[in-house]
Write a protein that binds this ligand. Sequence first.
Ligand SMILES: [Zn+2]
Length: 246
Amino acid sequence: MGQVGLHGLAGLVVGEYVLTSFVQAPTARRALLYGFALGNFIPDLDFLASVAMFPINQEIALELHRGFSHSLLGALALVVGFFGASLLMRDTYVRYLGIGLALGVVGHFTVDIFIWFAPVDVFWPASIYGLIPPVNLWWWWGEPPLVSRLLGAAEFAAFALYYDHLVRLAVSFNTNREMIQIVRRMATICWIIWAVLTPMAVDMPNETFEKALYVPMGIVFMPAVLYITWRMQATIEVMAVQRKRL
Ligand SMILES: [Zn+2]
């Protein structure tokens, strides 16, 4: 997984400064950036399936994560699917949205490879047939349980940073005014949870802490971040065409 909020932030910042530099047409820029912002969350949707399994069997739950959803094939499937839809709908926005989503998936697993201490199955399903193993830059690193619990608690700090950034953008562009209060509240809630969870991470047993952390994450906070990002479409798309510095 690797700090869902950081994936969101990367989606906004990389999208604004890098992705849109290559495309001029406003519709394409809007669709690319919005797709990229959402696409950065897509791979961890498999986490929702993991969460359903987590209280029952942690090992199976963790195996469900970072396979097809974190692969080049998954990204390609998005491009092909949305390309087909764009032909049927005769809508270039949909085509660029698909490309944005796919690039978001690639951006997500690239970040995971470097900053998340676990293998990422980029070439899935080649790994299943033993052809190309999952990419693992961290094979030499045995992560201490305390570090993993602190990183788990920091998920909420990352969410809060992402929400704070969205609020700043919406205020500066004067967009999504109906959402600003809600997003601000979510940022505050996430900062508070982070402040509460961090000391708990120090002395709670691993299994209890992980259940307390990941079940609400999957049930409440992951769907919430997707919903909020989806609703902030106007803000994200205006950023694609205005490139206003904060
Ligand atoms: Zn991930």
